[in-house]
Design a protein around this ligand. Structure first.
Ligand SMILES: Nc1ncnc2c1ncn2[C@@H]1O[C@H](COP(=O)(O)OP(=O)(O)OP(=O)(O)O)[C@@H](O)[C@H]1O
Length: 324
């Protein structure tokens, strides 16, 4: 956690009637951080956000947001938050500018209305009735309304759903600008590329529990997980005996199509052996060489599969595989 604590959650539990949906969530988010809550449908992301924003009560645990318990916080506290829920509702008869100006009037120190309209990419639609906006433009308006109050902490629930690729990039840039000005951002999303592009840390929520927490590049041991090396044994490599790899359980061999695939925890050491071997047999190249680590999506899907025994793990990629 980089800065002073803005969100502190310990042992958070929530039940709807007799049905528990949050089972002891712990989260700590610092000032200026862009933090993501990731999880499959029904994991409890929206419930967590609703408790943090004071819209829903908790069953147990402690919660502090901007130094106060949301359960008892008043309008002054609320004015320090920006909230972009999944569906903001509509104001069909009013123009974009009128709606943004109305929301701005509810806060003590809002951003200038025109600035917010420009920064959310709605400049050309400022005088359009909101009922005539496209789905993606409506989502941009939702974001404009969530940030116009110059919030210290903004909650974004799936902010880029329905946006085209360019609008997503504009929104990412806006979120980065807010964070660099000291605004803390908590977002829920189903887009793993969004998490990787934007967030300093991510919590993966599975069945109401934090299953993993960390930087997107480290989560689930990604940075040190098995890498896969692949190349094509072409030319002089085709008929040469592949080198022995220390710790290899099985002798290395190319598949019938000449493709070689090696899973290894020590890719640099294996590459060194392979490159020496290639030079020895008269090739200065490993054609089609790729080295890949598990993606955030790989790690995430594996976690979901292991959290739910009924969900089968994704099948490994077809082809030869030797473990070094
Ligand atoms: N008002 C409610 N009454 C009863 N159950 C609810 C209520 N709101 C949510 N739930 C249940 O709580 C669980 C968590 O829901 P929540 O909306 O927090 O999940 P989520 O992670 O935000 O899902 P999604 O990605 O689909 O938005 C789900 O099983 C849901 O059915």
């Amino acid at each position: 956690m980089p800065g002073p604590e803005i969100i502190g959650v310990s042992g958070l539990r929530k039940s709807y009637g007799a049905v528990p949906v949050l089972h002891g969530v712990d989260l700590h988010v610092g000032r200026g951080e862009i933090f993501a809550l990731l999880g499959p449908n029904g994991a409890g992301k929206t419930t967590t956000q609703e408790i943090l924003t004071g819209f829903s009560s908790r069953s147990a645990g402690s919660v502090s947001v901007l130094g106060q318990d949301p359960a008892g916080a008043g309008p002054e506290w609320r004015a320090r938050l920006g909230i972009v829920p999944q569906d903001m509702g509509s104001f069909d008869e009013l123009s974009v500018k009128e709606v943004v100006a109305h929301f701005a009037s509810l806060y003590p120190d809002p951003f200038p209305v025109d600035t917010v309209i420009q920064r959310t990419g709605l400049g050309e639609k400022a005088n359009e009735r909101t009922g005539r906006l496209s789905g993606g433009q409506q989502r941009r308006l939702d974001i404009a309304l969530g940030i116009v109050g110059r919030p210290e902490l903004v909650f974004l629930d799936e902010p880029t759903t329905g946006l085209d690729p360019e609008a997503r990039r504009v929104t990412w840039e806006l979120i980065r600008e807010l964070a660099s000005d000291g605004t803390t951002v908590m977002l829920t999303t189903h887009y793993l590329d969004e998490v990787e592009a934007l967030c300093e840390r991510v919590a993966i929520l599975l069945k109401g529990k934090v299953a993993a927490l960390g930087a997107p590049g480290d989560i689930g041991g990604r940075a040190h997980g098995e890498a896969v090396i692949e190349f094509h044994a072409d030319g002089p490599l085709r008929d040469a005996q592949l080198p022995a790899l220390h710790n290899a359980g099985t002798p290395l061999a190319a598949g019938p199509d000449g493709q070689v695939r090696i899973s290894t925890a020590t890719p640099a050491a294996v590459l060194r052996v392979l490159l020496d071997w290639a030079v020895q047999v008269g090739s200065y190249d490993l054609p089609g060489l790729t080295v890949t680590r598990p993606t955030l999506e790989d790690v995430y899907l594996r976690m979901i599969a292991s959290a739910d025994a009924a969900t089968p793990a994704p099948a490994p990629a077809p082809g030869l595989e030797y473990i070094a």
